[in-house]
Design a protein around this ligand. Structure first.
Ligand code: HSE
Length: 299
């Protein structure tokens, strides 16, 4: 029997669309044992909209790995304990993908290393910005080349708290991607490229005062604001309330603000107030960055 604990993740961090992300100390945990037939048991805070048949993402991911290594599938009993809210831009689907791949790898005797797991996870998710920090922990940048991935862990223990605002509305990534334009201007490309460079520098040097500029974006947040009323004002409010920087978490609707010690509550309550003036109620969590990524324990 195995238990796999996979962290929630926040992708993009502003300008790092589809390539940057971080893991936080909020987890989906999967307990897996051999069984006579596929059984998926749902426990935890968020159990609706999770398939319990062969279409389940954890199970599909496991089977993709087994097929790739020509391993005969084993029927499993999988117990989900979900603390990561779905469709909120916090990488809940990546937890299922990473969990399924790690489980399948373990039952096959661990033939694949983490980089190979990242490659399969990225082929399932289509972009590596959630699955990379979910696997490796910390703050990550992943570069995709034509035939390989280059994951870099920039820091595992940044000295800020992540204030995560979770609106009580769901937003599917597919919908939030479909509204994005197919091309961007050279000006916007330069705006984002320069800020991604600055963002990497901030995580390496811990010069967090630069995060207000380094988290700015021109290629997805403005466009997505029409799906999440009040979001741009909320991001500015986070900074005015003492956060170092703030961004839409993944494709939204959650927001993440990077806060110095002591500013977390002000930032959280001010962000909630801005969203509620657009009739969006929300919860907040104050989280540390998870330094380890997914952990598998054998019982
Ligand atoms: N980079 C992706 C997006 C993250 O913004 O669409 C989705 O979780």
């Amino acid at each position: 029997m195995y238990q796999i604990k996979v962290p929630a993740t926040s992708a993009n961090l502003g300008p790092g669309f589809d390539c940057m992300g971080l893991a936080v100390k909020l987890y989906n945990t999967f307990t897996i044992e051999e069984s006579s037939k596929l059984q998926i048991i749902l426990k935890g805070t968020y159990t609706s909209n999770i398939a319990t048949d062969e279409t389940n993402l954890f199970w599909r991911s496991a089977n993709i790995l087994w097929k790739k290594i020509s391993f005969k599938p084993i029927p499993l009993k999988i117990t989900f304990n979900t603390q990561v809210p779905p469709a909120r831009g916090l990488g809940s689907s990546s937890t299922a993908v990473v969990g399924g791949l790690m489980a399948a790898n373990a039952f096959a005797g661990n033939p694949l290393d983490k980089l190979e797991l990242l490659e399969i996870a990225t082929s399932i998710e289509k972009h590596p910005d959630n699955v990379c920090p979910a696997l490796f922990g910390g703050v990550t940048l992943t570069v995709m080349t034509e035939n390989s991935l280059i994951p870099r862990i920039l820091t595992k223990n940044p000295k800020f708290k992540a204030v995560v605002i979770i609106p009580d509305i769901m937003l599917r990534t597919e919908k939030a991607r479909n509204i994005l334009p197919k091309s961007i201007s050279r000006q916007d490309a330069v705006f984002n490229a320069s800020r991604v460079g600055l963002l990497v520098d901030v995580f390496l040097t811990e010069d967090y005062d630069l995060l207000a500029v380094a988290t700015q974006d021109k290629i997805h947040q403005n466009q997505r604001a029409e799906l999440i009323p009040g979001v741009l004002e909320a991001l500015q409010t986070a900074i005015n309330s003492g956060a170092y920087g703030a961004a839409l978490s993944g494709s939204g609707p959650s927001l993440i603000a990077f806060c110095p010690n002591g500013k977390e509550l002000d930032v959280a309550t001010n962000l909630q107030r801005i969203l509620s003036s657009s009739s969006i109620t929300s919860k907040y969590l104050i989280l540390d960055v998870d330094p380890d990524g997914a952990i598998l324990t054998k019982y």
